[in-house]
Design a protein around this ligand. Structure first.
Ligand code: C2E
Ligand code: MG
Ligand code: MG
Ligand code: MG
Length: 292
């Protein structure tokens, strides 16, 4: 018993764990501070969050069909911190709510500027939405308000949901998603194939697009199993009348295979890395007037 106690005490004071907890708490506090700075705009303080935009293209024509908004955090001491690290913290602390609406507004402001500069181009903005944001009863109401404040049509917006958004309380989720669809906003399932959503229920959700996770694309040219998985997702999407986007295309070989399988859209370093707003604008100009 004494030994057990000693063990558990040891566990509590394990220095590496303590360091981890301390780091987490620190980041949580910093996240909160950064959001306060961002929302109560003060030009003497640097803005820590900003959006990057990654082009989504038609694999047949190479034309831009949209941009995915990917948030970035420039931490004052630590430099750039990956969203893979800070989004989960924002989710656990509910800070994702404030951060999410900031990303949304900023994205819409950018889309409005693009609309003005490129009036003859139609492309969409894809925004990642976490399950916690989607649970709010006034979610679609707020989307609509923001779209209206920037005079943007709902059809210009696509929300990327993860499969975990579709796991619990099915009728409620379907009602929520239908409300979003009613304002013409489209819905994608992100990282498709990595979650646990039930294939037999997929058709019950009012979704428009499946995005094939990049882990499958990355291995499709070296592993027949991964190739077959991609083939199956493309076929599934088409059977259900959904669009399909391949994420993380890095090589010409992957592109060729995807075209052969009939995948229409794609995104990845082969076309472009995520870009800051200025570089994304430049990318649009080039896409519009390709130098051949
Ligand atoms: P995601 O939504 O699946 O975003 C795609 C990720 O793949 C991005 O990573 C992007 O930079 C990366 N990527 C794109 N093309 C390639 C490629 O060709 N090769 C490789 N190796 N990677 C590629 P990022 O920006 O680090 O974002 C990671 C994840 O963080 C996102 O995955 C998304 O789940 C989350 N995230 C990012 N921004 C937001 C946001 O604004 N809101 C929410 N809720 N989550 C976000
Ligand atoms: Mg995404
Ligand atoms: Mg994704
Ligand atoms: Mg992914």
């Amino acid at each position: 018993r004494a030994k057990d106690q000693e063990k558990s005490r040891y566990a509590i004071f394990d220095p590496s764990m303590q360091a981890m907890v301390a780091e987490r708490l620190q980041l949580e506090g910093d996240l909160r501070k950064a959001l306060d700075n961002q929302e109560f705009y003060d030009r003497n303080r640097p803005q820590e969050f900003y959006n990057h935009y990654q082009p989504i293209v038609s694999l047949k024509t190479g034309k831009i069909v949209g941009f995915e908004v990917l948030v970035r955090w420039n931490h004052p001491q630590q430099g750039t911190i990956s969203p893979l690290k800070f989004i989960p913290i924002a989710e656990e602390t509910q800070l994702i709510d404030r951060l999410g609406w900031w990303i949304f507004q900023e994205g819409c402001a950018q889309l409005k500027r693009w609309k003005e500069e490129f009036p003859h181009l139609f492309f969409c903005l894809n925004i990642n939405v976490s399950a916690i944001q989607l649970k709010q009863v006034d979610f679609s109401q707020k989307c609509q308000e923001i779209l209206q404040s920037f005079s943007l049509e709902g059809s210009r917006l696509k929300l990327e949901l993860t499969e975990s958004c579709l796991l619990e309380d099915l009728p409620k989720q379907i009602a929520q998603l239908s409300e979003i669809k009613a304002i013409q906003v489209q819905l994608c399932i992100d990282d498709f194939g990595t979650g646990y959503s039930s294939l037999s229920r997929l058709h019950e959700f009012p979704i428009d697009t499946l995005k094939i996770d990049r882990s499958f694309i990355h291995r499709m040219t070296s592993s027949t199993g991964h190739y077959a998985t991609v083939e199956m997702i493309v076929a599934l999407a088409h059977t259900l009348n959904l669009n399909v986007v391949a994420e993380g295309i890095e090589t010409g070989e992957e592109l060729e295979s995807l075209i052969k399988l009939g995948c229409e859209f794609g995104q990845g370093y082969l076309f472009s890395r995520p870009l800051d707003s200025q570089a994304a604008t430049e990318f649009l100009r080039k896409n519009l007037n390709p130098k051949t």
